[in-house]
Design a protein around this ligand. Structure first.
Ligand code: NAD
Length: 498
């Protein structure tokens, strides 16, 4: 691909230029354009949804036997693996993550397709206990056209998490990737088609979410939206969905607490806390951004943590040894900087970082160092709002009752981490923390076989897990009459009638 070429987008199986504005995807490490494309227009949204609907009705995908659909999903996984290095490099350029991390995301996408292929061909429809002269069954049907709206922080992994179960279920999928990271979704659609998915069953509409995502969500032929992104956008989508009586799943923001108890293994805790907040430059919904440390070990722990954080290699995402790449954009770095200024104005002390990195290659991209605040209480704005950057706020705690209160004092409830050698103590605490995922003596580990989602403002519904496929299906109950005689009521009625 040459940079100057304008990339086509995928409109219900037709690869052609979008009819919206021309724009570029920029490499956050240098600010240079990686690729140019035309955004989709509202007419493109209409054409896509109508085309996807036709493909759903007539391509035969929904009618294929589950093991046949699974065969295509296995092939998608295989093609992702065959192209893994190109995909990882493309993703590095599209969103600036270090190459080691983008390789993991690509591998995870392949694993997701493989997993949902298996879920598809092993999904059981059940015969339920009969309570009359009938046999009762519970079966599942695809929904039609479903929309997958994704953010910029983990392209391909986010998309796979939605596309794989939606296709496995027999639906047509329209992806609305984040405007600034469209490249992986487009490549994924090409792979799906190459693997044998009928044309029109996958589409990709790059461009502004407030225009295209909104139009997709409102469209009467879109029967489900699976959304990952910010809480404000998620609530907006939920309102539209309520009006349409449309099911949605919402994977939203977080402000996750990480708790280091006084009996923690400190080597593990330091490594886990660092990874939890600073990997992906903190641009992760599950970032462990609020750190609670038992007061008795607060100072020695903070010394170790900050010494280790100061050695994190921030820099060129192409370098295999880089741990943190740039932030996604100049605007996002400015937003992180505003939060640092806010933390200082709220009385916080910077124990590490806090200022953009300068000099050499740092001047070209949007780099920001690991940053650690202390001296703030949990009710401060920087402890309550999602920064989505490499900014950790550390707080000592005295007793566990108060700790639980503080950890749960957030509109978010996506994830939490607990570090303790005492598994009973960690279990008890883990049950009291309100969060969709609690990691005990580990952090930010993921498994496609384990459901994921948030409580409260962190979201609605669950993704992943073997039954994740059911989110993309309508359940239907079937009653098969086995009576020897006509239904009694009607028969008696007939007998008494003149
Ligand atoms: P965002 O909400 O701005 O955008 C997410 C997606 O929604 C993009 O594709 C965007 O174009 C689209 N969109 C924007 N406005 C829309 C509208 N009115 N209607 C329909 N679609 C619209 O979020 P972002 O800045 O791209 O991503 C960062 C956010 O995502 C953070 O809050 C982060 O916590 C969250 N996130 C959550 C998870 C999770 O699984 N819980 C995972 C990753 C990111």
């Amino acid at each position: 691909m040459t940079t100057e070429q304008t990339l086509p987008i995928c409109i219900a199986g037709q690869w052609r230029l979008g009819r919206g504005e021309r724009y570029a995807s920029y490499y956050p490490a240098t600010g240079e354009a990686v690729a140019w494309l035309n955004a989709a227009s509202l007419e493109d949204v209409e054409e896509t949804v109508l085309g996807a609907h036709q493909a759903f009705l007539h391509s035969g995908w929904a009618q294929r036997k589950p093991h046949e659909r699974a065969g295509v999903l296995y092939r998608i996984a295989q093609l992702i693996r065959e192209q893994s290095e190109e995909l990882a490099q493309l993703q590095r350029q599209d969103n600036g993550k270090p190459i080691g991390e983008t390789r993991n995301l690509v591998a995870s996408a392949a694993g997701t397709f493989q997993f949902f292929a298996a879920a598809c061909e092993t999904l059981e429809e059940t015969i339920t206990p009969s309570r009359g002269d009938f046999v009762t069954m519970s079966v599942y049907e695809p929904m039609g056209v479903v929309a997958a709206i994704t953010p910029w922080n983990s392209p391909i992994a986010s998309e796979a998490q939605k596309v794989a179960p939606a296709l496995a279920a027999g639906n047509a999928v329209v992806i609305k990737p984040a405007e600034i990271t469209p490249l992986l979704a487009l490549q994924l659609a090409r792979i799906c088609e190459e693997a044998g998915l009928p044309k029109g069953m996958i589409s990709v509409l790059p461009g502004k979410g407030s225009v295209l995502g909104d139009a997709l969500t409102q469209h009467p032929l879109v029967k489900r939206v699976s959304f990952t992104g910010g809480t404000r956008t998620g609530k907006h989508i939920a309102h539209i969905a309520a009006d349409k009586m449309m099911p949605v799943s919402l994977e939203l923001g977080g402000k996750s607490p990480t708790i280091v108890l006084d009996d923690a293994d400190l080597d593990h805790a330091v490594a886990g806390v660092l990874y939890g907040i600073f990997s992906s430059s903190g641009e992760a919904c599950i970032a462990g951004s609020r750190l609670f440390v038992a007061r008795s070990l607060y100072e020695p722990f903070m010394q170790r943590l900050c010494a280790a954080a100061a050695t994190i290699r921030v820099g060129n995402p192409e370098d295999e040894t880089t741990q943190m790449g740039p932030l996604i954009s100049a605007a996002h770095r400015e937003s992180v900087e505003r939060y640092v200024a806010l933390g200082l104005s709220e009385g916080g002390r910077l124990r590490l970082g806090g200022e953009r990195l300068r000099g050499g290659d740092y001047d070209k991209g949007f780099f920001f160092p690991p940053t650690v605040f202390e001296g703030l209480s949990n009710d401060r704005q920087v402890c309550q709002e999602e920064i989505f950057g490499p900014v950790l706020v550390a707080m000592p705690f005295d007793d566990e009752t108060d700790l639980v209160k503080q950890a749960n004092d957030s509109i978010y409830a996506l994830a939490a981490g607990i570090w303790s050698r005492d598994y009973k103590r960690a279990w008890t605490l883990g049950r009291k923390i309100q969060a969709g995922t609690v990691w005990i003596n580990t952090y930010k580990q993921f498994s496609i076989s384990t459901p994921f989602g948030g409580w409260r403002d962190s979201g609605l519904g669950r993704e992943k897990g073997r039954l994740g496929i059911l989110q993309y299906m309508e359940q239907k109950s079937l009653y098969w009459g086995m009576n020897e005689q006509p239904l009694a009521w009607a028969s008696e009625h007939r007998e008494v009638a003149p």
